[in-house]
Design a protein around this ligand. Structure first.
Ligand SMILES: NC(=O)c1ccc[n+]([C@@H]2O[C@H](COP(=O)([O-])OP(=O)(O)OC[C@H]3O[C@@H](n4cnc5c(N)ncnc54)[C@H](O)[C@@H]3O)[C@@H](O)[C@H]2O)c1
Length: 358
């Protein structure tokens, strides 16, 4: 299968590409991959260093919103695996424009190109956040969408657009919605890598509100396996949930991260809650289990320990990212022309007020 992978230099996209080309993915032998990535602040070329010289891999530096470029490079591929997105909820609260532009309009550009060339399969990667918040029980794939953050609303818009291209144009679209991913190579603004890197640096971590918000945690390698199952065996026009099976409050997660880094609660600073913060996400993954045989394999305890070890051993990967983020935040606070509009104001490498995100 020849795949065009958008956003392949990001956290999950790069794990997907590495798994398919390094032999752990099921369809490895016949897989050719082109990555299309704009290399925003979240796109890290080093994430793909391991496959850079692979004979069945190529990289295109570009924007999914560039219709001319997308039309030029999509022919010759059987499938699109669409990860590219603006993904950080706090940034979407600071400024929604890049989220609507990339997540909704960018998806439309890809869908149009796919329709024009009669693409075989379009896998749209989405999130449990499109459903809003659920106090008890779990969402199924037919639960109504009720997103609360601009990020989640832009993802819900792109999901519906993708499904509409199946219903209207007969495009072979499948949509996945997953829970919170964790693992190596995650940009250190999301809660797990943010907390690990700050704890390793010896600075405080910020815990939102009362810490009672509940998330389900999914190891990125389980997510990638689930995506490959959906890509190869999912039914056109269907949505599939991919979860990890470990629900934790943010307070519980923080306790585990403190223990894993040998630190204590004196390192935790309680900060005012995020605006519109969803209390709980929970996916029913029965459909993917029954139809595709999906089940998570990485136990949370082991997955988290491995993740902490990875960050401990890869300071050269994350320290420059933290430094650049701090410089952007400083420039943004000073009204600098080079700072991206949506950069959080408090993303400093050493300051106490960095924003956590789940
Ligand atoms: N990380 C999670 O826990 C999680 C959970 C649910 C769903 N998702 C979804 O999975 C996908 C991947 O998430 P991630 O955490 O790997 O994201 P990420 O922020 O780590 O990476 C996003 C990638 O997209 C690229 N990109 C952004 N805008 C682009 C554009 N206009 N054109 C081309 N490339 C562009 C970036 O350079 C980056 O490489 C997203 O669609 C996200 O909504 C993520």
């Amino acid at each position: 299968m020849r795949m065009l992978v958008t956003g392949g230099a990001g956290f999950i996209g790069s794990a997907f590409v590495r798994s398919l080309l390094s032999g752990t993915g099921a369809g490895t032998g016949d897989t050719r991959i082109t990555v299309l990535d704009k290399l925003t602040y979240a796109g890290v070329p080093e994430n793909l260093a391991e496959v850079a010289g692979h004979p069945r891999y190529s990289f295109v530096h570009g924007d999914i919103r560039d219709a001319g470029l997308v039309r030029e490079i999509m022919p010759g591929h059987d499938a699109v695996v669409h990860f590219a997105a603006e993904t950080h909820v706090d940034r979407s609260i600071d400024g929604a424009a890049p989220f609507v532009s990339t997540n909704v309009l960018g998806t439309q550009v890809l869908l149009d190109a796919a329709r024009e060339q009669g693409l075989g399969r379009f896998l749209h990667v989405s999130t449990d956040e499109v459903y809003g918040s659920i106090p008890a029980g779990s969402w199924t794939e037919t639960s109504p969408l009720a997103p609360n953050s601009p990020y989640a609303a832009s993802k819900a818009g792109s999901d519906l657009l993708a499904l509409s291209y199946h219903r209207t144009h007969g495009l072979d679209v499948v949509v996945t919605r997953c829970s919170n991913n964790y693992g190596p190579h995650q940009f250190p603004e999301k809660v797990v890598p943010l907390f690990i890197t700050r704890l390793l640096e010896g600075v405080k971590v910020p815990l939102y509100g009362d810490g009672r918000h509940v998330r389900d945690w999914l190891h990125v390698s389980d997510h990638c396996r689930g995506l490959e199952l959906v890509l190869r065996h999912g039914r056109a026009g269907e949505v599939y949930h991919i979860g990890g099976g470990t629900e934790l409050t943010n307070e519980q997660l923080t306790g585990l991260l403190l223990a894993a880094t040998g630190t204590g609660w004196d390192r935790v600073e309680h900060v005012p809650d995020r605006k519109g913060h969803d209390l709980r996400y929970s996916l029913d993954c029965g459909k993917a289990a029954t139809e595709l045989g999906y089940a998570p394999r990485v136990g949370f305890e082991r997955g988290l320990a491995d993740t902490v070890d990875w960050y401990r051993e890869h300071r050269a990967w994350w320290e420059p990212l933290r430094r650049r983020a701090a410089e952007r935040a400083t420039a943004s606070a000073a009204g600098g022309a080079t700072a991206p509009a949506a950069a959080p104001a408090a993303e400093g490498a050493t300051g106490p007020a960095a924003k956590p995100a789940t």
